[in-house]
Design a protein around this ligand. Structure first.
Ligand code: ADP
Ligand code: ZN
Ligand code: MG
Length: 492
C-alpha cells in the first residue's frame, strides 16, 4: 500500500469500475469471413470489402462470436437477451475504416451479472453491468522520418471480434481491481474464448475511478485511465490516481470528468481529453443487420456444455479427490494443467494423490527448468500415469522412477518401455537381495558393530551399500527388513 492510501480510508471512499475488451478466439472476423488471426500476417493481407469498409459491402454476424459471448455471460451469471441488436457508433479516426464501429448500445447480449473476487480472505461480489460484442479497429503505427511524423494503417485487425465486459462501480481498492482482472482472465481462458493476454493487447482494460467523501450521497466525477498493458500497471495507475485525486480534493479542487493516459515509465497519469458522452457518438441501430433472436434452447444447450472453471476444478480436487489446497492450486492453475491432470487420472484412477505429487513436484520443476508449457510437454498424461502405476505395482522403486521420469520427460517415450529396455525392474526377490545383504554385512563388520552399539544412523549406510551393489534396483523395504533381521537389535 502506498503512502497515499492511508489517509484515504478515513475521508474518502474509492469507487472503481472496469471496462475490459477481450479479443475472441474465433477463426474468422466478426462480420466477414476473413481470417481473424492477424498476429503473423503481412499487414493489410487478411482483408475484404466488408472489413475495409468499402461502400455496398454487407456484414454477416459470426455465430461463434455470439456463442463465445453467451458462454462468458453465463459464466458471469448474466441474463442472456432473447433479442439483441447491433448499433453504429459513429466517430472519425484513421483506425476506423467505415467511420463507424459496429457495436451494441441499448440491447447488449448479456446484462446484470456478477463476479466474486477474494481479497485478503474476504469475498467481494462485483456486479457486471453488461457483456457485449463489437468489432475491433485497424492498427495504427506512428512513425517519424526526418522530423516528419506519419502513421501506418494495418487493416488486418479491423473487424476482428471484440467482447466488452463492463463492471458496476463496485470495486473499492486497486488490489480488488487487480483480483477482478485475474479472475475474469481465468474465466475467459478456461472457457477458451480468449487468450487473455494483456501484453499482446488481446485483453485490454480501461479503469474508471472516482473518490467521494465518506457520507456523500453521490459518486464523484470519474476519471477514465487508459493505456495500461499489464495487471501491475492497472494496479499502479489506480493507486497513483487515488493519491492524485485525494490531494486534489483535499486542496479544494474539483475533479473534472476526463480521460487520462498511464505513463508507465514515469508512474503517472496524464490528461488526454475531457470525456465524450454517448450522444456524441450518435448511436443508431445498424441498418444492415436485423435484430438477432436467441432461442432459449440454444442458450440452454450452451449452458449445459459450459466447461469447468478454475474455482470448480480447485474445489473438485480438494473436495472429491482429497488433495491438499496447495496441490489443488497448482493443478488448477490453467485449463491445460487441469486437462493434463484429469487425463493422467483417467489412465490410472487409483492414485490421485500419487499423480498429483508427480505433477506438482517433478513435472512442474522440469517444465519450469526447460521453459516448456504443459501443453507442449512431451511426456503425455498417459505416460505419467504409467510411471505412477509402475511405482504403485512395486515394479520400480521411487529412486529408479526419477531416472525413468527424466528420460520420459526428455524423449516422450513410454516409461514401461524405458524400464523394460534398460532393465530397471525393481528386485523384490528376498533370496537375491539376501545374498547381497550378506556380502555387505561381511564387508562392513565395523559398521555393524557401530549400529549394535547404538549408532542407529549406521543402518542407512548399510542400506546405501546394498542399493549401490544392486544399482538402485533393490526394493528398499525388503533391504531394510533383511538388514535388521540379520543384524539383530542394537544394545539399548
Ligand atoms: P460512460 O458513459 O462514461 O461510458 P458508464 O456509466 O458507461 O460511463 O460507465 C463506464 C464505467 O465506469 C463502468 O465500468 C462503471 O462502473 C464505471 N463508473 C461509472 N461511474 C463511475 C464513478 N463515478 N466512479 C468510478 N467508476 C464509475
Ligand atoms: Zn474481411
Ligand atoms: Mg459506457
Amino acid at each position: 500500500m502506498s503512502a497515499g492510501q492511508q489517509p484515504v480510508a478515513d475521508r474518502y471512499i474509492t469507487v472503481i469500475g472496469l471496462e475490459v475488451h477481450a479479443q475472441l478466439l474465433t477463426k474468422s472476423k466478426m462480420f466477414c469471413s476473413c481470417n481473424a488471426g492477424y498476429a503473423n500476417q503481412q499487414p493489410n493481407t487478411t482483408v475484404c470489402p466488408v472489413c475495409l469498409g468499402l461502400p455496398g459491402a454487407l456484414p454477416v454476424i459470426n455465430r461463434r462470436a455470439i456463442e463465445f459471448t453467451v458462454m462468458t455471460g453465463i459464466a458471469l451469471h448474466c441474463e442472456i437477451a432473447d433479442t439483441t441488436r447491433f448499433d453504429r457508433k459513429n466517430y472519425f479516426y484513421p483506425d476506423l475504416m467505415k467511420n463507424y464501429q459496429i457495436s451494441q448500445y441499448d440491447m447488449p447480449l448479456c446484462r446484470r451479472g456478477w463476479l466474486d473476487v477474494d481479497v485478503s480472505g474476504q469475498t467481494r461480489r462485483i456486479g457486471i453491468t453488461r457483456v457485449h460484442l463489437e468489432e475491433d479497429t485497424a492498427r495504427l503505427t506512428h512513425r517519424s522520418e526526418g522530423g516528419r511524423p506519419y502513421s501506418l494503417v494495418d487493416v488486418n485487425r479491423a473487424g476482428t471480434p471484440l467482447m466488452e465486459i463492463v463492471s458496476e462501480p463496485d470495486i473499492r481498492t486497486p488490489e480488488e481491481a487487480r483480483q477482478y482482472l485475474i479472475k475474469l482472465r481465468s474465466i475467459l481462458q478456461f472457457l477458451g474464448v480468449s487468450t487473455g493476454s494483456m501484453e499482446d493487447g488481446s485483453f485490454r482494460c480501461d479503469a474508471n475511478i472516482s473518490l467521494m467523501p465518506i457520507g456523500a450521497e453521490r459518486f464523484g466525477a470519474k476519471v477514465e485511465i487508459k493505456n495500461m498493458n499489464s495487471f501491475r500497471s492497472v494496479f499502479r495507475a489506480l493507486d497513483h490516481e487515488v493519491e492524485r485525486q485525494t490531494k486534489a480534493l483535499d486542496s479544494g479542487e474539483r475533479i473534472v470528468q476526463e480521460t487520462r493516459g498511464w505513463d508507465d515509465d514515469r508512474g503517472t497519469t496524464v490528461s488526454q481529453r475531457t470525456k465524450e458522452y454517448a450522444h456524441d457518438y450518435r448511436y443508431f441501430p445498424e441498418p444492415d443487420l436485423p435484430p438477432l433472436q436467441l432461442t432459449r434452447e440454444w442458450v440452454d444447450e450452451i449452458r449445459t456444455r459450459l466447461p469447468e472453471l478454475q474455482d470448480a476444478a480447485r474445489e473438485r480436487f480438494v473436495g472429491t479427490l482429497g488433495l491438499s489446497r496447495y496441490d489443488a492450486e497448482v493443478l488448477s492453475a490453467s485449463r491445460a494443467m487441469v486437462a493434463y491432470f484429469d487425463a493422467a487420472l483417467a489412465a490410472h484412477p487409483g492414485n490421485a494423490k500419487g499423480i498429483a505429487n508427480w505433477i506438482t513436484n517433478d513435472l512442474y520443476a522440469a517444465l519450469n527448468a526447460t521453459g516448456i508449457g504443459i501443453d507442449e510437454c512431451r511426456l503425455a498424461p498417459g505416460g505419467l500415469a504409467e510411471l505412477v502405476r509402475l511405482i504403485d505395482a512395486g515394479t520400480i522403486s521411487t529412486t529408479i522412477a526419477k531416472t525413468v521420469f527424466e528420460e520420459a520427460f526428455r524423449t516422450g517415450r513410454s516409461p514401461v518401455e524405458i524400464v523394460r529396455e534398460r532393465g530397471l525392474v525393481q528386485v523384490s526377490d528376498a533370496a537375491a537381495i539376501g545374498a547381497v545383504v550378506d556380502q555387505v554385512l561381511a564387508a562392513h563388520a565395523n559398521v555393524v558393530q557401530d549400529y549394535l552399539g547404538g549408532k542407529t544412523q549406521a543402518l542407512g549406510f548399510l542400506v546405501g551399500q546394498v542399493m549401490r551393489r544392486m544399482k538402485g534396483k533393490a526394493n528398499p523395504g525388503i533391504v531394510n527388513r533383511l538388514l535388521t533381521e540379520r543384524i539383530g537389535q542394537p544394545r539399548a
